[in-house]
Design a binder for this molecule. Structure first.
Ligand SMILES: O=C(O)CCC(=O)C(=O)O
Ligand SMILES: [Fe+2]
Length: 291
């Protein structure tokens, strides 16, 4: 772990975020209010808000070291899913690309594998950060996700891997890039490619056929904090090249307080480790009832 002074503030955002550039501590006056308005306008106009260098350089090394130290305990997950992560319109022809399952391999730490005293968990739990994320999206209320596995994840894509095209199951996704790929590993998306009623089929089909010419990509260095409408924008990460993994933290928020994800979805995503935790818990419950 890097020996740097991370300060003594109780809200970890105050220690980790570059507050001179991104004044999230006071969003109601002066520079902070102007900055918030810029973020809100960008979110509204484009469906994303990309904040390069959000974490200041000194703290980034500590976050990166922390993630690299924990990743050896992570599961290697082979994730198979269609782009909607669920039901497919049964009227689609059998060869339609939207019926296809796409597979990617990710080394992933679920929320329960990220101890409460880690910097990343403390950043996620920051009230200042949650409030900033809520206000950028102009939501009346926003909560950190209550699911014991999904709330905060750290995801490593090793060279040769990509993150398959998909829509997220929550409206807005927040990601923090902890370590960039040497090359490749671009976060790529079609902003607002669907609404609750329709989908831009032409754009979606073009991307699924491998044509990347219309996707939005950012030049994202480590420390970049990105909010985007992942539930409405088809997205993924292009193949990672080089000699080290690309590492991101995925921060999940929900407009509904206390909502958890169903056990079968969590088992589908997180595999055998979570299947065992849930089965053991069930067995203990049954035993307690019988005993
Ligand atoms: O790693 C990223 O930058 C995005 C990952 C993503 O889309 C997801 O976890 O849903
Ligand atoms: Fe996603």
């Amino acid at each position: 772990m890097s020996k740097i002074d991370l300060g003594t503030e109780t809200d970890m955002a105050l220690n980790l975020v570059d507050l001179e550039r991104y004044p999230i501590a006071d969003l109601d006056s002066g520079e902070g209010a102007a900055f918030l308005k810029e973020c809100q306008d960008q979110m509204e106009a484009h469906g994303w808000c990309n904040l390069d260098g959000f974490i200041h350089a000194g703290s980034l090394a500590a976050l990166e070291d922390e993630a690299s130290g924990l990743l050896p305990d992570a599961e290697v997950l082979t994730i198979k899913r269609n782009i909607y992560q669920g039901a497919i319109d049964p009227s689609l022809p059998p060869d339609d690309p939207r019926r296809r399952e796409y597979t990617h391999v990710a080394t992933q730490l679920a929320d329960d594998q990220l101890p409460a005293d880690t910097l990343i968990q403390q950043l996620y739990k920051s009230e200042l950060l949650t409030e900033f994320v809520r206000r950028v999206q102009k939501k009346p209320v926003l909560y950190r996700c209550a699911d014991e596995f999904q709330a905060l994840n750290v995801v490593a894509l090793y060279p040769g891997s990509w993150h398959a095209w998909h829509y997220d199951t929550t409206e807005c996704t927040v990601t923090l890039l902890l370590k960039a790929a040497e090359s490749g590993g671009d976060f790529a998306f079609l902003p607002n490619s669907r609404t609750d009623e329709t989908e831009d089929r032409e754009a979606v089909d073009r991307l699924l056929a491998g044509d990347m010419s219309h996707v939005q990509k950012f030049d994202r260095g480590a420390g970049t904090f990105t909010l985007f409408r992942g539930g409405y924008s088809l997205h993924g990460v292009t193949e990672v090249f080089g000699d080290h993994p690309r590492i991101t933290a995925i921060l999940t928020y929900d407009e509904q307080e206390g909502r958890v994800i169903s056990d079968d979805i969590n088992v589908r995503i997180y595999g055998q480790r979570v299947e065992k935790i849930l089965a053991d818990r069930q067995a203990a419950l049954t035993q307690a009832k019988e005993g």
